[in-house]
Design a protein around this ligand. Structure first.
Ligand code: G3P
Length: 216
């Protein structure tokens, strides 16, 4: 499983985001691998109509609909998405709020990917019973060295410890992932997929990168 987070890059905004999402769909269909896209929030409506692959939100606020301003409620995105990232390193949340959103996602049939920065936070979040935990050392995010080469022990220890606490949680890893070799290594370390952004979104040829990522 390959999750492509579009982040707030200008390369993935609006029509450019639609283009990347369509490339992801094409490669997913050709390779028969699961590729999930996480577009920018204002593009969720548009992109969810344009592609048949799963569309996830990058974030949901731990609030109910009502007299609030600037929040993203689950209710406002649920017609467009089948899942969401939660607690990304670039959008940190309190553990009580992560718990609230994970439970609310489950109740609404929305898959949850809780992002974590290290093994102990991963262990703590596994008790909350999300569908996925994606471990991403923050210092490697957006860089050229993959977590699987720089810190393989973090991925291995996260998988081992999460599974001990909650065997039903699937583990992803991310940060610096760019090649099929990185995906292969992630799987060898026990992960069930990867979460990445710049490797695809900022690539000159995203299709070429995605082809490599899916043919490991
Ligand atoms: O959400 C994915 C992310 O934080 C990793 O980013 O650019 O290192 O693939 P990147």
């Amino acid at each position: 499983m390959i999750v492509v987070n579009f982040k707030a890059y200008s390369e993935s905004a609006g029509e450019r985001g639609v283009k990347i999402a369509k490339i992801c769909e094409k490669v997913a269909l050709e390779s028969k691998k699961e590729i999930i896209v996480c577009p920018q929030t204002p593009d969720l409506s548009l992109i969810s109509k344009e592609v048949s692959i799963p569309v996830f939100s990058q974030h949901i606020d731990p609030v109910e609909p009502g007299s609030r301003t600037g929040h993203i409620t689950l209710e406002s995105v649920k017609r467009y998405v089948s899942g969401t990232l939660i607690n990304h390193s670039e959008k940190r949340m309190k553990i009580a709020d992560i718990d609230y959103i994970v439970k609310k996602c489950r109740k609404n049939g929305i898959k949850s990917i809780v992002c974590t920065n290290n093994v102990s936070v991963s262990m703590a979040c596994s008790v909350l019973d999300p569908d996925y935990i994606a471990i991403e050392p923050p210092e490697l995010i957006g860089g050229d060295i993959s977590v699987t080469s720089a810190s393989p022990e973090i991925v291995e220890n996260a998988v081992k410890n999460i599974k001990k606490i909650n065997p039903s949680v699937k583990v992803l890893c991310g940060a610096g992932i760019k090649t099929g070799e990185d995906v292969k290594k992630a799987i060898e370390l026990g992960a069930e997929g990867v979460l990445l952004a710049s490797g695809v979104v900022k690539a000159k040829d995203p299709e070429k990168v995605l082809m490599d990522l899916t043919h490991y």
